[in-house]
Design a protein around this ligand. Structure first.
Ligand code: GRF
Length: 220
């Protein structure tokens, strides 16, 4: 994992005694987060866990999800995170959905918008409302393999090193300045599922860290 985080301390978890990295932030107030997710929500949970463990000084104010059956809703409930369903099928255009998203995020007064498996293409409307403040995680070493089925694309291509990327969201899908990446070795008998699983382990490490890194830069 390559990063440029300026101040990072190591502590030990009070119960498990595991080594933990503590990500420093500029302000003593927690970074206020709004999370957008469409699926299982393991990244939401990893961010919530980093907050709970005292590694990341942040608060997840709201989860917005677009798929009524997404497992992420159950996770949010278990984690005590308020959630709002904005079903894309109820909106005539992407812009209208984004306008509804903005209303919820502004109401929750979020500093950063965290796309964690958000399977909708965002428009200029959302990007302009939170310039440089929307982050996304993608399961490849961008700029290789943008778009859907990134892990399968990487396997089909035959790369030996796969990985994941956290980047700032721009209009071009899976583009935008890169904050952190982690590399994962591709094993000879990897399947899409086995490789995806190891990539997700790294996603759960770099997303909380990227949030702290970016908040430091923006001084939020
Ligand atoms: C992650 O693999 C992420 O890279 C991609 O969507 C997936 C979301 O997983 N953008 P989860 O819902 O956080 O488990």
């Amino acid at each position: 994992m390559f990063d440029r985080i300026s101040a990072l301390t190591i502590e030990f978890h009070p119960i498990t005694n595991q080594r933990m990295e503590i990500y420093s932030t500029v302000n003593s107030d927690p970074i206020s987060l709004g999370v957008l997710a469409s699926g299982s929500g393991s990244n939401l949970e990893s961010i919530a866990t980093a907050i709970h463990n005292g590694q990341l000084n942040a608060k997840i104010q709201v989860l917005i999800y677009n798929n009524p059956n997404a497992f992420v809703r159950e996770r949010a409930e278990r984690l005590g995170i308020p959630s709002v369903l904005l079903n894309h099928r109820d909106y005539k255009s992407r812009e209208e959905l984004d306008a509804a998203i903005i209303d919820v995020l502004r109401e929750a007064k979020v500093d950063l918008v965290i796309m964690a498996g958000w399977m909708r293409v965002v428009t200029e409307v959302l990007i302009q409302a939170f310039p440089d403040r929307i982050l996304n995680i993608h399961p490849s070493l961008l700029p290789s393999f943008p778009g859907i089925h990134a892990v399968k694309q990487a396997l089909d291509y035959g790369v030996k090193i796969a990985g994941c990327t956290v980047h700032i969201v721009s209009l071009a899908v899976d583009r935008g300045p890169i904050l952190l990446q982690a590399a994962v070795e591709v094993l000879p008998d990897d399947t899409e599922a086995s490789l995806q699983k190891r990539i997700q382990v790294q996603e759960h490490l770099i997303y909380p860290k990227s949030i702290a890194l970016h908040a430091q830069k923006l001084k939020v």
